[in-house]
Write a protein that binds this ligand. Structure first.
Ligand code: EPU
Length: 428
């Protein structure tokens, strides 16, 4: 086990290249199960979630290789092997194995997913969708059992706008008989990316990116080559970091349209930003204005960026309110930011941040992926050295973080935890 150390207080500049989107990758890789011949995905991020999914595809009999950010999966030899325990529990997105295996084999056994703890994260809408398509779904000792004699297209209205349920129902429906209509579907760019891959594999999908998706089932899907979209949340994290400690940073390989809500908020705070083609330049602000943020489904402000932005808001003049309408308990980073001298209180679904505050380096723990990103930004802003544990969360979503930070002029490094620290972590 390791910790990340950051010597804060230094300005950064230069260019950082954004990796492929984690939240697309974790759906695109399971989607390959639906084909009968090899699928290649280019530009994948080098993160632990991608490696775990590759191992899971191998566990069900497929062959999968990953090198230079490209994965080739041959799904022809896969079988519907039950995956009740083990690696499926290490990531949230293992739930996409349910939709993909149900779609291809008409049966699957998948352990209930793990991932970041952000409060309750039910999957009732996924299950409602599978059942509407004709599957029998039961929960037996912490694993979901799905079986269907055949899948038949259906009209499914999602009671909650859910990225995961929208994608999972698409995965199950592309090889169902007849037409499926998903109403009140999520509109995130990752949904369009998955629909693009599935269409390249021969699926018939219309409306991805709108709130009504129509799918006409086909008997078979074939292999193809697909390039993943850039990670808008990684890009957003580096934009916030650039605003916090940058002296002019170019974020390369982004789709600025995916980041409009963040760009608008940073501009409101006084950060100069210019976007062009697939790049965003973040200039140096002369002080930050306090702003209020409410997270919403896309194209609203993403919940995944409220934690990193909170660190920047500690530098703003006045009082800012961050309200998370998606995950009401996504505030585990606040206690850690307080250890670093931030003045923040949590009231219900909102964090109230008073600034500006000079942050101080401290020993802190990343409790989830984006909490980790928030602490990295706080560490760069702080005086002295910050030590961050819980790196397994950060490694799930930020490809080559230390190299990218140091490439911008930061002083960040990983160190092994001492035996004493390992004991403390176990007992925490
Ligand atoms: N919800 C339900 N029932 C369901 C599904 C969702 O009530 O069946 C609720 C959730 O509890 C939540 C809301 O609906 O309040 C939205 O959840 P959604 O299903 O959209 O989230 P998800 O698919 O589980 C993905 C990302 C998250 C991101 C959210 C919201 C992946 C693997 N994860 O989660 O990413 O926060 O969408 O945009 O795509 C992250 O990257 O750090 C991360 C947590």
């Amino acid at each position: 086990m390791e910790k990340l150390k950051i010597a804060g207080g230094y300005p950064l500049k230069g260019t950082v290249r954004i990796s492929g989107a984690k939240n697309s990758a974790v759906a695109l890789i399971p989607a390959t199960i639906l084909a009968e011949s090899p699928v290649t995905i280019e530009g994948l991020p080098d993160i632990s979630d991608v490696h775990i999914l590759k191992d899971l595809l191998q566990e069900i009999g497929g062959s999968a290789t990953f090198s230079e950010n490209e994965m080739t999966v041959d799904p022809s030899t896969m079988i519907s092997m039950p995956l009740p325990n083990g690696k499926v529990k290490k990531l949230r997105a293992s739930y996409y194995l349910m939709g993909a295996m149900l779609g291809r084999f008409k049966k699957a056994v998948i352990g209930l997913p793990g991932g970041c703890f952000l409060g309750p994260r039910p999957i009732d809408q996924h299950i409602k969708g599978f059942e509407a398509l004709g599957a029998k779904v039961t929960n037996e000792q912490g694993a979901i059992y799905l079986r269907a004699d055949e899948l038949r297209g259906a009209r499914i209205y999602l009671d909650v706008v859910s990225v995961g349920a929208t994608i999972n129902i698409m995965l199950a429906a592309v090889r169902a008989k007849g037409r499926t209509i998903i109403e009140n579907a999520a509109k995130e760019p990752e949904i369009i990316d998955v629909a693009t891959l599935l269409s390249n594999m021969g699926a018939k999908i219309k409306g991805a990116g709108t709130d009504v998706i129509r799918i006409d089932g086909v008997d078979e899907l074939h292999g193809c080559r697909h390039t993943i979209i850039p990670d808008r949340i990684e890009a957003g994290t580096y934009m916030i970091l650039a605003a916090a400690v940058g002296q002019g940073i170019l974020i390369d390989n982004v789709i600025p349209l995916h980041l409009e809500s963040l760009i608008a908020k940073l501009k409101e705070m006084g950060v100069p930003i210019e976007s062009k083609d697939d790049q965003v330049f973040v200039g140096q602000a002369e002080g930050f204005k306090a702003v209020d943020i409410k997270t919403l489904v896309y194209p609203g402000f993403p919940t995944d960026l409220q934690q990193p932005l909170t660190s920047l808001l500690t530098q703003a003049e006045g009082s800012s309110v961050v309200t998370d309408t998606i995950y009401g308990a996504r505030f585990k980073h606040i206690d850690e930011l307080r250890r670093m001298n931030a003045t923040i209180k949590v009231e219900g679904r909102s964090a109230i941040i008073n600034g500006p505050t000079k942050l101080q380096g401290a020993k802190v723990k990343a409790s989830d992926l984006r909490a980790g990103a928030a602490l990295v930004i706080a560490g760069l802003l702080a005086e002295g050295v910050t030590e961050i544990t819980g790196l397994e969360h950060i490694d799930r979503g930020y490809s080559h973080l230390v190299e990218k930070l140091n490439g911008l002029g930061a002083t960040a490094w990983r160190e092994k935890l001492t035996k004493e620290e390992q004991e403390q972590m176990k007992n925490a």
